[in-house]
Ligand binder design. Structure first.
Ligand SMILES: [Zn+2]
Length: 267
């Protein structure tokens, strides 16, 4: 049986979690992520581990409406994990789970099933389901706390369209990296309530959904894709904040449109 910790997707996840903390996106217990394993990854690395358990995987009851993900396998961060130290005990801080109708089976990790996945897991599943409808290649959903994006939600009007336009005007690259714009919710109580389904609804259109005064949900086809997207938004939020939220110049709406047309990004 292959050493699961040496598989490419686990090595990349562990390395990315470390970067996630170094970038300042996951202080204390903040942040969580889910990675959808491809059929190839499941067959190559997970099936043997599952077989070795002979049907004795730990089962955790869960409530979610993610019918389209039944039978899929996810790598998930555990509830209460610290991104700073995930790399020290990956078999405790991460787990591979299989989604059933109203429960999950812990196939690997979470300290041999003694710990649980992030409490945001149902919200992540809804987001995966929404993103997969837009892009069947989507693999990742991450929740994080990038400092300048949070700061910008204090300095800028909480309005998805206006927030997106401000971002696009800050740098020629912005409309190229997120031509669909940025989703944004009003402030809501975080956790297992309506914020999960509302975030997923936004993810039907956007890859990033900003939670004012808190952080964001981001998604993508790989760690590189997702982290690149978060970095772009965070960098430009930093530029905005370095200007004290007072943008006197910048690209005009017409110039943003010119860029989008030059790169054939809008219909
Ligand atoms: Zn959070």
């Amino acid at each position: 049986m292959a050493d699961i910790l040496k598989t490419p997707f686990l090595e990349e996840t562990i390395e990315s979690c470390r970067y996630f903390w170094e970038a300042g996106w996951g202080e204390n217990h903040a942040g969580n992520l889910t990675y959808l394993l491809s059929e190839e990854e499941v067959n190559k690395y997970v099936k043997d581990v599952e077989k070795a358990k002979k049907g004795k995987s730990v089962r955790v009851a869960m409530t979610f409406e993610a019918e389209e993900l039944i039978g899929k396998y996810f790598l998930v961060t555990r509830a209460g994990s610290f991104f700073r130290t995930i790399h020290k005990h990956p078999e405790k801080n991460l787990g591979i789970v299989k989604v059933n109708h109203d429960s999950i089976d812990i196939i690997w990790g979470f300290d041999n099933g003694r710990m649980k996945p992030t409490s945001e897991f149902p919200a992540h599943l809804l987001c995966h389901q929404a993103r997969l409808k837009q892009n069947p290649e989507n693999k990742l959903v991450m929740h994080c706390h990038p400092t300048n994006v949070i700061a910008m939600t204090f300095a800028h009007e909480i309005n998805e369209e206006k927030f997106t336009k401000t971002m696009w005007r800050l740098n020629s690259e912005c409309v190229l990296v997120f031509p669909e714009g940025l989703g944004m919710l009003p402030w809501m109580v975080c956790g297992e309530g309506p914020i999960g389904p509302d975030t997923a609804k936004k993810m039907e259109k956007y890859r990033i959904v900003i939670w004012p005064y808190h952080g964001m949900f981001a998604s993508g086809t790989s760690f590189e894709d997702t982290i690149g997207l978060i970095e772009t938004v965070e960098k430009n939020a930093q530029v905005y904040m370095l200007n004290g939220g007072e943008i006197k110049a910048g690209l005009t709406d017409e110039q943003v449109r010119e860029l989008a047309q030059a790169f054939d990004l809008w219909d």
